[in-house]
Design a protein around this ligand. Structure first.
Ligand code: S3P
Length: 180
């Protein structure tokens, strides 16, 4: 059974949606950031500070390697996972890649009260910075099997949009009568 892999920029709802989806489908849930935090017993901010982004990306790729060897999971990926094409190739072998996206304004609203994202913390003008990062990463995020705009949707509606997609239905064989 294929994995469901949630990708997309920070603040697009991957972790929230992933947790609910996994529960509904009765599948194990994994969050790549949490896996790295658990492995190093440190927060993402601390890891960026002490080891730097390059080292963080290496841990991220190790986690992706591990996850791609698993079956039937819901995996929420850190927003930068898809920047490395080998990560995407590995995840795609046994997974359907979903890109959750939102407008820069909504992303800004959702993340501005949090202090957990080192790449956003260092931006002088956060909204412009988010716009630029989205532009720089556009090709990577567009390389997905299904995309869902989360701007005006609740997490449940995002899940419904994903599971009602014909391709997804086929691939996942969503059990008939699943209550969303
Ligand atoms: C990052 C996204 C973060 C986290 C790290 C880097 C990125 O994850 O992996 O701060 O490069 O987009 P979330 O997308 O879960 O916030």
């Amino acid at each position: 059974m294929k994995n469901i892999v949630l990708t997309g920029f920070m603040g697009t709802g991957k972790t929230t949606v992933g947790k609910i989806l996994a529960k509904k489908l009765n599948r194990p849930f994994f969050d790549t950031d949490t896996m790295i935090e658990d492995q190093l017993s440190a927060s993402i901010s601390e890891i960026f500070k002490s080891l730097g982004e390059k080292q963080f990306r290496e841990y991220e790729s190790q986690v992706i390697k591990l996850m791609s060897s698993m079956d039937g999971c819901v995996i929420s990926c850190g927003g930068g996972v898809v920047l490395n094409k080998s990560n995407v190739d590995l995840l795609r072998k046994n997974g359907i890649i979903v890109n959750l996206f939102a407008s820069p304004q909504n992303i800004f609203k959702r993340v501005s009260y949090e202090d957990t994202r080192p790449l956003l913390k260092k931006l002088l003008n956060p909204l412009d910075g988010i716009k630029k990062m989205l532009e720089d990463r556009k090709t990577a995020y567009n390389n997905c099997d299904i995309a869902v705009n989360t701007d005006d949707l609740t997490p449940e509606q995002v899940i419904m949009a994903m599971l009602n997609n014909e391709e997804v239905k086929k691939i996942l064989s969503v059990p008939e009568g699943i209550k969303l």
